[in-house]
Ligand binder design. Structure first.
Ligand SMILES: Cc1cc2nc3c(=O)[nH]c(=O)nc-3n(C[C@H](O)[C@H](O)[C@H](O)COP(=O)(O)OP(=O)(O)OC[C@H]3O[C@@H](n4cnc5c(N)ncnc54)[C@H](O)[C@@H]3O)c2cc1C
Ligand code: FES
Length: 282
C-alpha cells in the first residue's frame, strides 16, 4: 500500500505543508494525535503531528520543518508522488472538553499541531485565545487560519518584525496578569519553550498541558525510545501521551535524550548530501 501526496507547498522558509490521501487515518484522526511515515522501504520512520484532516476527502495534512536527512528528502517530493508508509492515528487524543477560557500557544512549527486543537476547543464551546510566535515574521505559519479559528489571536516575534517584540510566554503572562480567568493553557513548540512556559504558569496555578516530542521509533509502546519522566514516573510518549501535565515533566531529561543521536544524525545528513551531489539527485 502507498499513500499519494495530493498537495504540497512551502508555507514559510523551510516549512512545508503536505496533504496525503489516507482515508483510514483521516476517518479515525482526532486533535492531538500523530502519524509515523516512511518515504520508502529504506527510509527512517518520522513522527509528525496531524495538523488537519478531512474525513470526507480522505486526506490528512502534515506540516514539517526541514531538520535533517528525512525531512529534507520529504521537502523535495512533490504532489502525485507516493509515500511507502503512513501509519496512524497514533497517540492519545487531546483531552478536549468545555472548560471556559483556554489559551493555546504555538511556537515555530508547533503552531501546526496547535491548529486542530484550537478548532476542537472552540467546537467544544470554549473561549479560545491563541498565542503564536516565531523567530521572525517570515517563519510565522497559519496566521490567517489561526485568526479565523480563534476568539482572539496574539502574535509575537523574537525580533519584533510582527506583533509583540519578544516571546509568546510574555504575552501569556500579560493575559494572566490582566485578570482573565483561564481554565487551561496548552503549549506546543520547542522543548525549551515548553519548559519556560511551564515554569512561568506554575505560580498562577493554571493547568498547563504540553505535547512532547521525544525520539520515537515504533510509536506503539514497544521500543521504549520515547521514554519521558512525568511526576517521577516513566511514561512512553507515543502511547501515554504525547500530551502531559507540563508542571510534572522532566524537561532536562527530554532535552538530553533528544540530543543523544546528534552526531549520527549529522553524519547521516552529510552522507545524504554527498550522495545527492555525486549522483545529481534532488
Ligand atoms: C509526536 C511527535 C510529533 C512531531 N510532530 C512534528 C510536526 O508536526 N512537525 C515537525 O516539523 N516536526 C515534528 N516532530 C519532530 C520530527 O519528528 C523530527 O523533526 C524528524 O524526525 C527529524 O528527522 P530528520 O531525519 O529530518 O532529522 P534528523 O537529523 O534525524 O534529526 C533532527 C532532530 O529531530 C529530532 N528527531 C530525529 N529523529 C526523530 C524521531 N524518530 N522522533 C522524534 N524526533 C526525532 C531530534 O531532535 C533530532 O536532533 C514530531 C516529533 C514527535 C515525537
Ligand atoms: S516510540 Fe517506541 S515506545 Fe514509544
Amino acid at each position: 500500500m502507498s499513500y499519494q501526496i495530493v498537495e504540497k507547498k512551502e508555507i514559510a522558509s523551510s516549512v512545508h505543508m503536505m496533504k496525503i490521501k489516507a482515508p483510514d487515518v483521516a476517518k479515525a484522526a482526532k486533535a492531538g494525535q500523530f502519524i509515523i511515515l516512511r518515504i520508502d522501504e529504506t527510509s527512517e520512520r518520522v513522527p509528525l503531528t496531524i495538523a488537519d484532516f478531512d474525513s470526507n476527502e480522505g486526506t490528512v495534512t502534515i506540516i514539517y520543518q526541514e531538520m535533517g536527512k528525512t525531512t529534507k528528502q520529504l521537502a523535495k517530493m512533490s504532489a502525485s508522488e507516493e509515500l511507502q508508509d503512513f501509519v496512524g492515528p497514533l497517540g492519545t487524543p487531546a483531552d478536549v472538553r468545555k472548560l471556559g477560557t483556554v489559551i493555546l500557544v504555538g511556537g515555530g512549527v508547533g503552531i501546526a499541531p496547535v491548529y486542530p486543537q484550537v478548532k476542537a476547543y472552540r467546537e467544544a464551546g470554549n473561549k479560545v485565545i491563541s498565542v503564536i510566535g516565531a523567530r521572525n515574521e517570515s517563519l510565522l505559519i497559519l496566521e490567517d487560519e489561526m485568526r479565523e479559528a480563534s476568539d482572539e489571536l496574539h502574535v509575537a516575534t523574537d525580533d519584533g518584525s510582527k506583533g509583540h517584540h519578544g516571546f509568546v510566554t510574555d504575552v501569556v503572562k500579560n493575559i494572566l496578569d490582566s485578570g482573565e480567568k483561564v481554565a487551561r493553557i496548552v503549549v506546543i513548540g520547542p522543548p525549551i519553550l515548553m519548559k519556560v512556559a511551564a515554569g512561568m504558569t506554575e505560580p498562577y496555578g493554571v493547568e498547563t498541558i504540553v505535547s512532547l516530542n521525544p525520539i520515537m521509533i515504533d510509536g506503539t509502546g514497544m521500543c521504549g525510545g520515547c521514554r519521558v519522566s512525568v511526576g517521577g514516573e516513566t511514561k512512553f510518549a507515543c502511547v501515554d501521551g504525547p500530551e502531559f501535565d507540563a508542571h510534572k515533566v522532566d524537561f532536562n531529561l527530554l532535552m538530553s535524550r533528544l540530543a543523544l543521536y546528534r552526531s549520527e544524525e549529522s553524519k547521516c545528513q552529510e552522507n545524504h548530501d554527498h550522495k545527492c551531489t555525486c549522483r545529481g539527485e534532488h
